[in-house]
Ligand binder design. Sequence first.
Ligand code: ASP
Length: 430
Amino acid sequence: MNKKKRIGLTTAIFIALLGGAAVGVFLHYAVPAGTFRDEFLINGVFYVVGNGFVRLMQMLVVPLVFCSLICGSMAMGDTKKLGKIGVKTLAFYIATTALAITVALLLANVIDPGKGLDMSSIETAQVAIGEKMSLADTLLNIIPTNPIGALANGEMLPVILFALMVGIILAKLGENAETVGNFFSQFNDVMMEMTSVIMKLAPYGVFCLIAKTFSGIGFDAFIPLLKYMAGVLLALAVQCTVVYMAMLKGFTGLSPWMFLKKFLPVMGFAFSTATSNATIPMSVDTLHEKMGVSKRISSFTIPLGATINMDGTAIMQGVAVVFAAQAFGIGLDMSDYLTVILTATLASVGTAGVPGVGLITLSMVFNSVGLPVEAIALIMGIDRILDMCRTAVNITGDAVCTTIVASQEKAVNREVFENPKAGSEPETEG
Ligand code: ASP
C-alpha cells in the first residue's frame, strides 16, 4: 500500500507533537495572559481545530465498529467450517487479549502514569462523567432493547453484541444474504477510507490539542506522558517476551528465541506501517517458509487475528484507562476494572487492523467506566509511536496463537522451525 504516504504522516505527526508542545510551553511561560493568548489562540484556534479533530474521530466510532465487527464476525461465522481449529483459535485470541489487558492494568497501577497531572483544570463542558452502574446492570445492558437506539446513542456494548449476531447470521445464511453481507463489507471499506482521510488531518489536530494542553499546564504534562508511554511500552514488552513466549514454550515446546528471531522482520514491517492488515501476507509466508507452520491453518487464523485479535491495542487501552482515571482524579473499583477488561477485549475485536483505530475504540472503553474522552486528546499526540509498537505486538500474538494451534494439530514441521537457515533461500509466493 502507500507506504510512503504513511511514513510522511508519521513524521508530520511527530513534528506536530513537538511543535505543539514547544508552542504550548512557550505560551504558558512566555506570553502574558490576555485576549490574544487565551481567547484567540488557546480557547479559539487550538480549541476549535483540536476538538474538531476529536469530534471527527468520534464520528467514526459507531459506524466503523459496527461494520468492522459485522465483517469480523462474518469471518468468525466461517470458523464453523473449520470446527475445532476455529474454536481453539478464538479461545486463544480472547484469552491472550484478556491477559494482555490484565498485564497492562497491573503495570499501570504500579507506574501510576497519571498521578501528578491535574487534568480536571482543562476539562471542558462537553465532557460528561458517565453514571456508575452495578456490574449486573452493566452486563444486562449489553443486550439492547432497541439496537437502533443503541446505535443512535453510541452505546457500544449493545452495538457490539448486535453486530456480532448480525455477522454470524450473515455467515450462516451465506449466499442467501449475500447482498446484505456485501453491503456491510463495502460500507466497511467506506469507513476505512474515511478513517484514512481523517487521519491526514491528524498533524493539525495533534498540534492544536498538544499546544492547548501544554499552554494550560506547562511542563507538568511531560512526566505523566512519559510515564504513560513507558507503561504502554513495558506492558507490550512483557506481553511479547513473557506471556507469548511462555505460552509458546508451554504449549508447543518450541524455542521462543528461534521464534522471535525469525519473526522479527514481520514485526519490523508491522512497526513501520502500523497496520496489522498489511502484514497478513508476510506473516503467513514467514510462518510457513521459516517456521514450517502449515498454510492450511495460518491462511485462516492470521487474517482472522489481524481483524479481531489486538493484544497490543488492548494494552494501550488498559494503561490509558489508568492514566485518565488518575489524571482526572476518578477512582476505579474492581467492577470498573472488570468492565474495562471486558470492553477492551471487545474493543480489540472491533478495532480494524489499520493505523490509529485503537484510539477511536478507546473512547468506548472510557465511556464504559465513565471516564472523560477529553483525556484521549492528551495521549493522541504520542499515539503514533505507540501505535507502531502495539501493531508489532498485535501481529505477534496472532502468529504465536497460530503456531500453538498448528502444533496441536501436528501442522508444524519442526525440522523447518529449528533450522536457522530455513526460508532464507529466495522463494516467491503469489
Ligand atoms: N494500528 C493497529 C493495528 O493495525 C490498530 C490500532 O491499535 O490502532 O493493529
